[in-house]
Design a protein around this ligand. Structure first.
Ligand code: ZN
Length: 249
């Protein structure tokens, strides 16, 4: 039985490694995903900014046309001023001219603002383009290193799994069944020593008859309270847990 217990300890250590490896594999894609999301959002900003600059340039061109029309209309009205017969018509035309000039002034202010905004957006686009290029490089290098790490972890996992299968082959089917049952309930450690009639997994007393059988260290005995696989270890002299450490190193 003690040989079986030793194997169970090794098995437990390997299963622990396996869980850690799977955990690492699970978190790997996250670091690439974060970088990819960052890259996508910067690309989106770049696209928006490029669209904005195009629309500003279009507006700049249309302002020049509008300004020419306003000027022409104002001139036409100014010529007509000298041929007017009534004061009322003069006032109406004057108001129209003033409105045209007011509109022209507003357009000129808008044009000035655009003259400031367009170079600023161009500069921003320039900086953002470098940032996107940098992020793209980082993303590709990260994706490569993550893929290498993933391949390495998969090899390690495969190796651990085959070691687990090999060790299971050294156990009795009954022992494997108990082991898997306890493992599925995530009860660690799966194996517990019995000292002075007490299970050192759950610290409950073992019934005397069962204790006698545990002392013989012959069969697979399961703790009636915590269902861990028991082995007799009178004064903790077996030190199987430390053996386990040595073996798993
Ligand atoms: Zn117990």
């Amino acid at each position: 039985m003690l040989k079986q217990v030793r194997v169970l300890f090794q098995l437990q250590a390997l299963h622990r490694d396996e869980v850690a490896l799977r955990g690492r594999l699970g978190t790997l894609p996250k670091s690439v995903e974060e970088l990819s999301e960052q890259l996508l959002s910067e690309k989106e900003r770049l696209r928006e900014l490029s669209e904005l600059i195009v629309s500003r340039q279009q507006r700049q061109a249309s302002i020049q046309k509008e300004l020419a029309i306003f000027e022409e209309e104002a001139k036409k009205r100014e010529k007509r001023l000298y041929n007017l017969k009534s004061d009322d018509a003069f006032r109406v035309l004057m108001r129209e001219i003033q409105n045209l000039k007011k509109g022209k002034k507003m357009l000129e202010e808008e044009a000035l603002q655009l003259e400031e905004d367009i170079p600023r957006s161009s500069e921003e686009i320039h900086m953002l383009t470098s940032r996107v290029e940098q992020l793209e490089k980082e993303y590709h290098s990260k994706a490569d290193s993550v893929e290498k790490e993933r391949q390495g972890l998969l090899v390690e996992l495969e190796c651990t799994s085959s070691q687990i299968e090999r060790l299971k082959g050294q156990l009795t089917p009954e022992c494997v069944r108990h082991y898997e049952l306890i493992r599925s309930s995530s009860l660690l450690p799966i194996v517990a020593p019995v000292r002075n009639g007490t299970c050192y997994g759950c610290y409950m007393n073992i019934p005397p008859q069962l204790f006698n059988r545990v002392q013989a260290n012959r069969d697979v005995i399961v703790c009636p309270s915590c269902h861990r696989i028991l082995y007799f270890d009178k004064n903790g002299e077996l030190d199987l847990e430390n053996e386990e450490v040595m073996l798993s190193m």
